[in-house]
Write a protein that binds this ligand. Structure first.
Ligand SMILES: C[S@@+](CC[C@H](N)C(=O)[O-])C[C@H]1O[C@@H](n2cnc3c(N)ncnc32)[C@H](O)[C@@H]1O
Length: 199
């Protein structure tokens, strides 16, 4: 088996889009592994914005990037991804959302449905045509199950004219394995409001 996990699968989906990317986002920096992946595979002049609400996550990400001499490419932002549009007004080429809580950290500081939907909506508005957004969701625990359901419902309602939305999951694993959503922007929304992303 080549791939067994949703985050590795997200990396496989986005890697070819990173080679010419100028601006990419890790919406949940955590321990910095996805931020590092984005920084490694984008051109030297690209910028990687990484958001997290926990100082420890930002510190872990900073340390990891520094160890790989990639910190100059990154903008590490200690703020909620609900505020992405306050920091970015340029087209986004690729965005990753890896939901849930900081591994080894406080489980109560997890991503949550309403904020996640707001952040995805803002990112989709800014996503360039041909750009990709991935969401790894974790339905294996109660809070994660509700969030995964909310994300699924939100993405299922996006306009077919503007987005292609797919999902990937292992089907023979016990305990509700993670689900990966992959969204590609294929058209432009004519209005500015988030409702314009719907049919
Ligand atoms: C599963 S971890 C991310 C893993 C990370 N991408 C990595 O490679 O290590 C989820 C992260 O989301 C963060 N988070 C929770 N709510 C957030 C929010 N509103 N905005 C930004 N980050 C948030 C948590 O603090 C946690 O660090």
């Amino acid at each position: 088996m080549v791939v067994v996990n949703a985050v590795e699968m997200a990396h496989k989906f986005i890697i070819s889009r990173l080679t010419a990317a100028k601006l990419v986002i890790d919406a949940t920096a955590g321990n910095g592994k996805d931020t590092l992946f984005l920084a490694k595979h984008t051109p030297p002049n690209a910028t990687v914005f990484a958001f997290d609400i926990q100082p420890q996550a930002i510190a872990n990400t900073e340390l990891l990037l520094n160890q790989h001499h990639l910190l100059p490419k990154a903008q590490l932002i200690l703020d909620s991804h609900a505020n992405i549009a306050n920091y970015i007004d340029q087209p986004i080429d690729v965005a990753m959302f890896n939901l849930g809580y900081l591994p080894g950290g406080d489980h109560t500081l997890s991503t949550c449905s309403e904020i996640t939907k707001q952040a995805i909506s803002q990112t989709l508005q800014l996503l360039t045509v041909g750009g990709l957004l991935t969401v790894a969701a974790y339905p294996g625990y109660e809070h994660g199950k509700q969030e995964c359901h909310a994300v699924h419902q939100y993405l299922a309602g996006l306009s077919q004219q503007i987005f292609t939305v797919a999902s990937w999951a292992m089907v023979n694993q016990t305990n509700s394995p993670p689900v990966l959503y992959i969204i590609e922007k294929k058209g432009v929304n004519s209005l500015e409001s988030s409702t314009s992303l719907k049919d």
